[in-house]
Write a protein that binds this ligand. Structure first.
Ligand SMILES: Nc1nc2c(ncn2[C@@H]2O[C@H](COP(=O)(O)OP(=O)(O)OP(=O)(O)O)[C@@H](O)[C@H]2O)c(=O)[nH]1
Ligand SMILES: [Mg+2]
Length: 597
C-alpha cells in the first residue's frame, strides 16, 4: 500500500492511472475539473508479481484533510513533484504530514519530465525528503504522456514493497473507515487500509465511536472476494448489524476489548514549539480528523482534549494541523491515553516532568510505576502488552514499590483500627479497602501477610490488640481467682459484675489474656493443657465425676472442657461415657484455639 503525496496538478492521479489502468478520480466533478477532491483507489501487479495498491490523494490545499485521511493508515508514500513546477507549498505540507506520521518508506517521482528538465526537481525533492522520516529514497523521473520512466517507477515500487517491514498479523485490528456505502442486497460496505492484523468472514468487531458490535459478512481485497485478509491490504468489508449511514469516514472498526476510546490524551509534539501551537487545532489520525483543544504542558508535551473520542494506543502518531493557517503544525506521538486529571496547582508542571521520561514506546514497567495499580485488560486496551508484571492479583497488576507501600499502610491501618475499635476482632476488609483507597477487596486480601491474618472477613494484627484499660483490669481480677483454682471458671454474675460482656470477653480471648472453653466459660491461658496433665494422672479410663473432682471444678466447666480435650485429641471418649487420656498435652502444639467461638 502506498499513498501519493504532492502539490495540486503535479500529476499524481495521471501517474496512478498510467501505472494501474484504473481511474483514481471516482467523481464526475473531479474528472470535469481535472482535479482530485477525495481519495482515489487503484491497484496493479508489479513485475515481481507483487500487487501494489494506491491511495491517491488530492493536492489542492483546501483538501489537505482528505489527503491526511488517505495517508493516515498507509505505511509508504510516493512523493510526486512536477518537473516544470518544482517544489511547491503542498509538496512541503504533504511531506511534513508524512514526517509527522512517521512514514519511513517512500519514493520520489518527478513527473511531467517531458515538459522540463527533471534535474532541479529531483535534486530539491531528494534533499527535502531526506530530511524527514522517509530518509534517503529512490528517485525516478517519468512522463506519463510518453511513458518514459514508468518501467523505472514499477521496478522502484517493487523494491520499496520488498523493503517494508512485515506487519503484525496476529495482533488486533483497527480498520479506519475511509469510505462507506450501501450495496443493494448486501447492506453496508466500508473500505479502508488494513494496516495490521487479520480479518475473517464472521469476525466480530466493535465500532469504536459507538461501541456497537458488527459482524463481517463479506470481505474483498482489491475487488476480489476473500474469506480472510491480513494487513497491509486495501479492504472492503460488508457488515452485518449496523444501521446504514452510521459508519462514516473517521470511524474505526476494532477488535473487541483491545482499544479504549480516549477523549483526553497526553502527547509529545514534534514540529512547531508547543508554546506556539494554537489553542484549537485539528488532529488527524487514521482516517479521522477531530477538533482538539491544546494545553501545553512542557517544552514539547501537551494535553489534547478531543471533540470526539478516538481508539488510540500509546505510541500512535498523528498530525496536528492549524486549519486557520492551513499549516501542519507538527506531529504528535501519543504518550498516555488515560492521563490523570490536572486539578491541583502545579499539576501541569509536574505532569510535564513525568512525560519527559515517556517516549511513546509501550512500557509495562513505566506504566505500572506511573499508575501504581492498573487492570491488565486496561493496559491492553491502551496498547501496552502485559508480560512479566511483578505483582498480579486476579485482574490487577501493581508496581512492586507501590505494593510494598500499600502493605505497610495496611499494617498501619490495621493497628489504627484496633486502637479505635479495640473490642472488634480486627479491621473489616471493606473498611481497609476504603481507607487505602483500593478498588477491589481482593487487593486488600492479597496484601495480608504475616504477622497480619485474615479471619472471617477481617484483618487481625499479629500481636493482638491492646485491651482497653478497664477490660484489662477486669481480666487481671479474674486471673487472681483463677490462679487459686485454675478450673473454676468465673460465673456469669461475676463476669457481669466486672463489666465483661461477650464483646469484652471476645477481645480478651483474642488478645490471649483468657482462653475460651465454651460460650462464657473462660480460663487463664494454659489451663486447658494443665487439665490434660491432671487427667493423665488419673486411673484410666475415668468418669466425668472423677475428672470434675480432680480438676476441682463444676459440671458447667468440666463438660465443655472434656469435650474440648476430645476435639483436640487429648482425651478419647468411650461408648460408656468414660474417657482416657491418649496424648499428654505438651502445652505447645495443641492449644485452645483463640479464635474459635
Ligand atoms: N505533459 C504531461 N502532462 C502531465 C503529465 N502528468 C500529468 N500531466 C497533466 O497534468 C495535469 C494534472 O495532472 P493530475 O494527474 O490531475 O494531477 P494531480 O497531482 O492528480 O492533481 P490533484 O489531484 O488535483 O492534486 C493534467 O492535465 C495531466 O494531464 C506528464 O507526465 N506529462
Ligand atoms: Mg489527482
Amino acid at each position: 500500500m502506498v499513498a501519493t503525496a504532492g502539490h495540486v496538478d503535479h500529476g499524481k492521479s495521471t501517474l496512478v492511472r498510467a501505472l494501474t489502468g484504473m481511474e483514481p478520480d471516482r467523481w464526475a466533478e473531479e474528472r470535469r475539473r481535472g482535479m482530485t477532491i477525495d481519495l482515489g483507489f487503484a491497484w496493479t501487479r508489479l513485475p515481481s508479481g507483487a500487487t501494489v495498491a494506491f491511495v491517491d490523494v488530492p493536492g489542492h490545499e483546501r483538501f489537505v484533510p482528505n489527503m491526511l485521511a488517505g495517508v493516515g493508515p498507509v505505511p509508504a508514500a510516493v512523493v510526486v513533484v512536477a518537473a516544470d513546477e518544482g517544489w511547491m507549498p503542498q509538496s512541503a505540507e504533504h511531506l511534513a504530514a508524512l514526517h509527522a506520521l512517521g512514514v519511513r518508506a517512500g519514493l520520489l517521482v518527478v513527473t511531467r519530465a517531458d515538459l522540463a528538465d527533471p534535474g532541479p526537481a529531483l535534486a530539491r525533492g531528494r534533499a527535502e525528503v531526506a530530511a524527514t522520516s522517509l530518509g534517503a529514497v529512490e528517485a525516478v523521473a517519468v512522463s506519463a504522456t510518453t511513458g518514459v520512466g514508468l518501467a523505472g517507477v514499477r521496478a522502484a515500487l517493487d523494491r520499496l514493497g520488498a523493503g517494508l517491514p512485515r506487519p503484525v498479523v496476529d495482533g488486533p485490528v483497527r480498520l479506519w473507515v475511509d469510505r462507506s456505502f450501501t450495496v443493494r442486497g448486501a447492506g453496508t460496505v466500508v473500505t479502508g487500509t488494513l494496516g495490521a492484523g487479520r480479518l475473517r468472514v464472521g469476525d466480530r468487531l466493535w465500532v469504536a465511536g459507538t461501541g456497537e458490535e458488527v459482524r463481517v459478512r463479506g470481505l474483498q481485497v482489491m475487488g476480489v472476494a476473500r474469506e480472510e485478509v491480513t494487513g497491509v491490504a486495501r479492504v472492503a468489508v460488508n457488515l452485518r448489524g449496523t444501521a446504514r449511514g452510521r459508519l462514516v469516514r473517521g470511524e474505526a472498526l476494532v477488535t473487541p476489548d483491545r482499544f479504549r476510546s480516549s477523549a483526553v490524551v497526553d502527547v509529545r509534539v514534534v514540529g512547531d514549539p508547543v508554546a506556539d501551537l494554537p489553542g484549537a487545532a485539528m488532529v488527524h489520525v487514521g482516517s479521522a480528523s477531530v477538533a482538539v483543544r491544546v494545553r501545553p504542558l512542557g517544552v514539547d508535551t501537551a494535553r489534547l482534549r478531543l471533540d470526539r473520542p478516538l481508539p488510540l494506543w500509546v505510541g500512535d502518531r498523528a498530525v496536528l494541523r492549524d486549519p486557520g493557517r492551513r499549516h501542519v503544525a507538527g506531529g504528535v506521538r501519543v504518550l498516555d491515553v488515560d492521563p490523570p486529571p490536572l486539578r491541583r496547582r502545579g499539576a501541569a508542571r509536574a505532569r510535564a516532568v513525568v512525560l519527559g521520561e515517556v517516549d511513546g514506546r509501550p512500557d509495562l514497567v513505566g506504566e505500572l510505576r506511573r499508575r501504581g495499580l492498573v487492570r491488565a485488560a486496561d493496559l491492553l486496551r491502551m496498547g501496552v502488552p502485559v508480560v512479566g508484571a511483578p505483582v498480579v492479583v486476579g485482574p490487577w497488576l501493581a508496581d512492586a514499590g507501590h505494593w510494598a507501600g500499600l502493605r505497610s499502610r495496611l499494617a498501619e491501618e490495621v493497628t489504627r483500627y484496633a486502637r479505635e475499635c479495640p473490642l472488634e476482632p480486627g479491621a473489616p476488609v471493606e473498611a481497609l479497602r476504603h481507607r487505602l483507597g483500593l478498588p477491589d477487596r481482593a487487593l486488600v486480601e492479597a496484601l495480608v501477610g504475616p504477622p497480619l491474618r485474615l479471619v472471617a472477613g477481617r484483618v487481625c494484627g499479629g500481636g493482638g490488640p491492646d485491651l482497653p484499660a478497664a477490660v484489662a483490669a477486669a481480666v487481671r481480677r479474674l486471673r487472681v481467682g483463677l490462679a487459686q483454682r485454675p478450673f473454676r471458671a468465673p460465673e456469669a454474675e461475676c463476669l457481669a459484675e466486672l463489666g465483661l460482656g461477650a464483646r469484652e470477653i471476645g477481645a480478651a480471648v483474642r488478645a490471649g489474656a483468657l482462653v475460651r472453653v465454651a460460650g462464657n466459660v473462660v480460663l487463664a491461658p494454659g489451663a486447658v493443657e494443665e487439665a490434660g496433665r491432671v487427667l493423665a494422672g488419673l486411673a484410666q479410663p475415668f468418669t466425668l465425676s472423677a475428672a470434675r473432682q480432680a480438676l476441682d471444678t463444676t459440671r458447667r466447666v468440666a463438660v465443655p472442657l472434656l469435650e474440648l480435650l476430645d476435639r483436640q485429641g487429648v482425651t478419647r471418649r468411650h461408648p460408656d461415657d468414660t474417657r482416657s487420656v491418649v496424648a499428654a498435652s505438651s502445652g505447645g502444639g495443641i492449644t485452645a484455639s483463640p479464635v474459635r467461638r
